[in-house]
Design a protein around this ligand. Structure first.
Ligand code: FDA
Length: 392
């Protein structure tokens, strides 16, 4: 039987980082992936430009049942370390909004860099290689592959989350963890568009394609970014961010004019310029189609001067405090991440080793740590992969 110090299952962001670090430390490393190509999510990320980290990385920007778990890895492998890696390879990047760092060129450069780094250090990569069985032995593990068996002192589960199954995403790490008796935090789709109930969708679907700056609140969190109406519901960064905090059945609140007391503004304008239409007034702040829909929804008369206080209150509320209950989310089909995963109480936060299954490490999105939109999830993958890579 072939033997390795470390077998990493999953050649994604976390797995390749871990494999490179372990190989650089002289470990004999084998990396297995069932896909035909490594790092597929990296390749398509950030619209093909890979939003690889965020300058605002802070534990408060990660969701987990145990918010302190991420602190160790994030502080030991900060964004500056990944930036230095790109710089050393001559890969150009730039900051966009909100501290988000993207490549100037293709995201493929990151995949190529990670592959080069781990194979250059001696790690072996086998693609199109599913693991048929993983058994714990008295010391180490035995993996059954189609081509035969492999022995490993340590195994790293780096198979990511369940989002976008069409790209080969699976719940493999969760199944293995469950099989070894480790607790899970119920997984669910995160950074995902909301779907709407049929009556609301009928009213809003004509707005498909309209986008507006908004403050979207769900589950006690609020995000000021843009909101996008779609044919199926609501999307856009503010909605995706809020979706990670939303729970089935809860209400979501949207403020389409954050920081503006619209009722006071409407009343002032009614006295000052009553001949204008409410829709025209709103369209100074909002896209015209959205302004018209809101004025119709509030049953506002054609002239602002003819709107009584009740109408103005309705209109202002529909802009400043539009509250609705999503029918659900688009689910893993389009979600950018999986929330939940292997319960962090099962893992050592420095080494990512399972306390009950020594020699088994679990990293990346499979663990119950999920970042905000904006490069945080890759930073978690790099940091957790790096930390495990020092320990295996
Ligand atoms: P990742 O998913 O990267 O890797 C898992 C690997 O395991 C894959 O290669 C897969 O083929 C393999 N695998 C799965 N099941 C297996 C099995 N049963 N056997 C063998 N191999 C298996 N984040 C961010 O910070 N900035 C961004 O710009 C984006 N953009 C983005 C766009 C889109 C469309 C998506 C879906 C996601 C993002 N993300 C993102 C999120 C980011 O891609 C994600 O959080 C990380 O890739 C997670 O890294 P992991 O290494 O944990 O899993």
């Amino acid at each position: 039987m072939e033997g390795f110090d470390v077998v990493v299952i999953g050649a994604g962001a976390a797995g390749m980082m871990c494999a490179a670090e372990a190989a650089l430390r002289g470990r004999r490393v084998l990396v297995l992936d069932h896909a035909r190509a490594p790092g597929e999510k990296i390749r398509i990320s950030g619209g093909g430009r890979c939003n690889f980290t965020n300058l605002g990385v802070h534990p408060s920007r990660f969701l987990s049942a145990n918010p302190r778990f991420c602190i160790s890895a994030l502080s030991r492998y900060p964004p500056a370390d990944f930036i230095a890696l790109l710089d050393s390879a001559g890969i150009a990047w730039r900051e966009r909004t909100l501290g988000q760092l993207f490549l100037e060129g293709s995201a493929r450069q990151v995949v190529d860099l990670l592959v080069r780094r781990m194979t250059g250090a001696g790690a072996e990569l086998r693609l199109s290689t599913p693991v048929r069985d993983l058994v714990r032995l008295e010391t180490g593990f035995r993996l059954t592959l189609d081509a035969g068996e492999v022995a490993a002192d340590r195994v790293v589960l780096a198979t990511g989350g369940k989002s976008i199954p069409k790209m080969g995403a699976t719940g493999y790490a969760l199944d293995v963890a469950r099989g070894f008796g480790l607790a899970l935090v119920e997984p669910r789709a995160g950074l995902v568009p909301f779907t709407l109930a049929p009556d609301l969708l009928e009213r809003l679907s004509p707005l498909a394609g309209v986008s507006a700056p908004a403050r979207v609140r769900a589950g006690g969190a609020a995000f000021d970014e843009s909101l996008l109406f779609t044919h199926r519901g609501l999307s856009g960064p503010a909605v995706l961010q809020a979706s990670s905090y939303w729970r089935e059945g809860e209400a979501v609140e949207v403020d389409l004019a954050p920081g503006v007391d619209l009722l006071a503004h409407l009343k002032t304008e009614r006295g000052r310029a009553g001949r204008q239409s409410p829709a025209a007034l709103l369209s100074a702040r909002l896209p015209a189609r959205l302004a018209r829909t809101l004025a119709e929804g509030a049953a506002a008369p054609p002239r602002l001067g003819d709107c009584n206080d009740a109408v103005l209150s309705r209109l202002a509320a529909s802009v400043n405090a539009w509250t609705f209950r999503p029918a659900g989310t688009e689910g893993y089909r389009t979600a950018e991440v999986m929330l939940g995963g292997v319960d962090t109480r099962e893992l050592d936060s420095r080494t990512f080793e399972a306390r009950k299954v020594l020699g088994l490490h679990i990293i990346g999105e499979a663990v119950d740590v999920t970042g905000w939109l904006g490069g945080y999830n890759f930073q978690w993958a790099w940091a957790s992969g790096w930390a495990a890579g020092q320990a295996v």
